[in-house]
Design a protein around this ligand. Structure first.
Ligand SMILES: Nc1ncnc2c1ncn2[C@@H]1O[C@H](COP(=O)(O)OP(=O)(O)OP(=O)(O)O)[C@@H](O)[C@H]1O
Ligand SMILES: [Mg+2]
Length: 329
């Protein structure tokens, strides 16, 4: 997938993003329902002087899960520990993190669906009873001891909530399903980023970039940086829509923000499989991609734009996809 339109973070995104991350709910743009629900959850907990319930943040890459986790810890004024599913390969890794948390801390586990099974089971008990059983010793002399934990709030993030076992999903008091952003919301994100970067950009240019950002703030910020580069090299000190359009054309960002892999998926559905419904794994093999990438990165956006449909028999491109690619039905 071309890096430019992939919602997943690159090194240069990370450096830039930390400067642009909104630090409280008020500054966080869009996702109004989630914001309102989170706000209630945090306020109720604070009025009762307890840690908020565990929170699960679900949605495609780049929509603000890590940002929201940081905001939760900021809003309740407590420390934040960050770890991720793939780094927790043994129950012991998780037990060590959990037992080192101080009272009221927020533990953020990114990509929580990729945690090892035994660790997952340990987490169930920790979430529910603030307790973990750990094994001490080896072989016949091994025994298990129960450790009390300080109360904490777990914030889990996942791009694939469907992959979480239901006992884990059920232990979260609240699940926020993040949606793709409207173009108007992305315009706010862009305007804010432009101010931080000291860029002069007109509203038409902002609107153009936001309409090509795949509903994703991370991509919006990234496209803005590419347009800025283009402005610098063209020795322009302000950005208008013509300049933005020229820059995005150089990077082959099309009018809907589709990138090469999006288009390959649509082309495969339409031409290779001739419009028949196609299963995920068949599609992934045909494109030489991981099924997970297709399912969690490519499909959510194509579905939301009405370019594909998921039927019980598989995926199909819609008439809109045919039109967008200039192909006959
Ligand atoms: N609602 C928002 N308002 C303003 N900026 C946002 C918002 N959401 C995300 N961003 C910007 O997008 C960047 C990416 O967001 P974030 O890292 O939180 O995404 P993520 O959902 O954790 O992605 P991943 O699944 O790849 O971990 C942030 O650094 C921030 O600059
Ligand atoms: Mg993240």
């Amino acid at each position: 997938m071309s890096e430019l339109l992939d919602g997943q973070a690159t090194e240069s995104d990370l450096a830039f993003e930390s400067a642009l991350r909104p630090s409280n709910l008020e500054e966080f743009i869009g996702q109004d329902k989630v914001k309102q629900q989170l706000d209630l959850l945090l306020k109720a907990a604070s009025l009762q002087n307890r840690s908020p319930d565990h929170i699960l943040l679900a949605g495609p890459p780049g929509l603000g899960k890590t940002t929201l986790a940081m905001i939760v810890s900021n809003e309740i004024g407590s420390g934040l520990r960050m770890t991720s599913g793939p780094t927790i390969q043994h129950a012991g890794d998780l037990a060590a993190v959990l037992s080192s948390l101080s009272a009221g801390e927020v533990l953020f586990i990114d990509e929580i669906h990729r945690m090892a099974r035994p660790a997952e089971e340990l987490l169930y008990m920790a979430m529910e009873d603030f307790r973990v059983d750990v094994m001490v010793g080896k072989g016949a002399g091994a025994s298990s001891i129960s450790l009390e934990l300080e109360p904490f709030t777990l914030v889990g993030a996942t791009t694939r909530s469907g992959m979480l076992p239901s006992p884990l999903r059920d232990r979260f008091g609240y699940t926020a399903n993040l949606e793709f952003y409207e173009s108007a919301e992305l315009s706010f994100v862009l305007q804010r980023a432009a101010n931080k970067l000291n860029l002069t950009i007109d509203t038409e240019a902002v609107r153009l970039i936001s309409s090509r950002s795949r509903g994703t703030p991370r991509i919006a910020n990234r496209l803005l940086r590419r347009v800025r580069d283009y402005a610098i090299v063209s020795k322009k000190d302000s950005i208008d829509s013509l300049l933005a359009e020229q820059a995005l054309n150089v990077y082959e960002v099309d009018s809907l923000g589709l990138d090469r892999l999006d288009k390959q998926v649509l082309m495969a559905l339409i031409t290779k499989f001739e419009g028949r419904p196609v299963g995920l794994s068949t599609l992934a093999v045909a494109l030489g991609e991981e099924p997970e990438t297709i399912e969690s990165v490519v499909e959510p956006f194509l579905l939301r734009e009405g370019l594909i449909e998921r039927t019980p028999k598989g995926r199909q491109a819609t008439p809109l996809a045919h039109r967008h690619l200039g192909l006959q039905l």
